[in-house]
Design a protein around this ligand. Structure first.
Ligand code: SF4
Ligand code: SF4
Length: 91
């Protein structure tokens, strides 16, 4: 007979599952943020607020967006006061 949840030992853990490192979540996206480098003042608000750590940095500067993990939530565009991120429909 198959075990049900009541048959599991108290305090057991389930090893299966994973992290976002193993699963690229960018294909969930229906909106695509575009980074406009010339308008960016490097305030880093987008980096701080992005829930998916999808803002790419190099030498302490924002250089783009990691589309493998960006889910297109639009938060980066909302917090960017320099209008350096524009969200468009994903093609
Ligand atoms: S759209 Fe959302 S997930 Fe994508 S870079 Fe902006 S804040 Fe991060
Ligand atoms: S929030 Fe806007 S201005 Fe600030 S680092 Fe990000 S893209 Fe640049």
């Amino acid at each position: 007979m198959k075990e049900g949840w009541k048959d599991l030992p108290i305090g057991c853990t389930i090893e299966k599952g994973g992290t976002s490192r193993d699963f690229k979540t960018g294909d969930w996206r229906s909106e695509r943020p575009e980074f406009l480098k010339d308008k960016c003042n490097n305030c880093l608000l987008c980096f701080i607020y992005c829930p998916d750590d999808a803002i790419l940095m190099k030498d302490d500067k924002v250089v783009g967006i990691d589309y493998d993990y960006c889910k297109g939530c639009g938060i980066c565009e909302k917090v960017c006061t320099a209008k350096a991120i524009e969200t468009k429909p994903e093609r």
